[in-house]
Design a binder for this molecule. Structure first.
Ligand SMILES: Nc1ncnc2c1ncn2[C@@H]1O[C@H](COP(=O)(O)OP(=O)(O)O)[C@@H](O)[C@H]1O
Ligand SMILES: [Mg+2]
Length: 241
């Protein structure tokens, strides 16, 4: 039996056949506003609240206070307490860029992670993370070093990726070598608002449902509906959305 780490998100663990594969790295891709950060917040918050698992949240896009406000807007009222107790450890932009060069900040971060007993980690976002390296070689070296530390410390990781298109890039990026799973969040405009879908395209070692499932973002976060949708990735004229 493959060990899985439950997201605690209604409907998602079912289509993942239990949860995210423990000690793996999954890429969560989607357009801006698709729900990537919300999924990550739920993953970390539920980890502490429901499964007694400590989490690390790395974010470039917001500072720790903004993140707490986002969490509280979803009803995660104990977020601040968990941060205070250390069950949730946040590295915001200031923390991640605290040294003169990014690689020195990362070395500090990696030594913090080492042996500290965390179970879950979020990197929001991978694209921002990649942006701060001086060159391609440094980027590769650190991404490999980073994923190595994640594996050694048995962390189950989500990394977000701004993805403009529904379909993955055909060019094989470094992230495809580093990640064991791929989850796509899709949003399409409708007359009354937006329709949202989730597609688990890949989860290494797992037999997952690869259909596209409708989901919604409500007051308490993401909920995935179990009825596989009749959603088609093609318009009637067969051009991709
Ligand atoms: N508290 C909330 N209640 C309901 N919907 C929300 C709430 N917070 C955010 N949303 C919706 O969720 C969408 C996705 O947010 P987010 O996870 O930040 O997207 P991403 O990280 O993919 O850019 C937002 O555009 C907004 O419409
Ligand atoms: Mg986001």
């Amino acid at each position: 039996m493959i060990e899985t780490t439950e997201t605690g998100i209604d409907g998602l663990d079912e289509i993942l056949n239990g949860g995210i594969v423990t000690n793996s790295t999954t890429l969560v891709s989607g357009n801006p506003g698709a729900g990537k950060s919300i999924l990550c917040l739920q993953f970390i918050y539920n980890g502490v609240e429901l499964y007694d698992e400590k989490g690390i949240y790395l974010t470039f896009e917001e500072d720790a206070r903004d993140l707490q406000e986002a969490a509280e807007s979803l009803g995660f009222e104990n977020w601040g307490d968990h941060v205070e107790s250390g069950d949730i450890k946040i590295y915001d932009k200031q923390q991640l860029l605290r040294e003169n060069d990014f690689s020195s900040s990362l070395d500090l971060l990696l030594s913090d992670i080492e042996g500290a007993g965390y179970d879950r980690l979020v990197l929001d976002s991978l694209a921002m993370f990649e942006l701060f390296f001086e060159d391609e070689t440094e980027k590769r070296t650190y991404l490999l070093k980073f994923t190595d530390i994640l594996r050694k410390n048995e962390l189950t990781t989500l990394m977000t990726n701004e993805q403009g298109a529904v379909f993955p890039e055909t060019e094989i990026g470094l992230e495809n070598y580093l990640t064991d799973g791929n989850i796509y969040l899709i949003q399409t405009p409708t007359e009354s608002g937006v329709s949202r879908y989730v597609w688990v395209a890949k989860m290494r070692k797992q037999n997952i449902e690869t259909d596209i499932f409708p989901m919604e973002i409500g007051e308490s976060g993401i909920r995935v509906h179990q009825n596989a949708s009749a959603f088609s990735l093609m318009n009637e004229d067969e051009s991709p959305i």
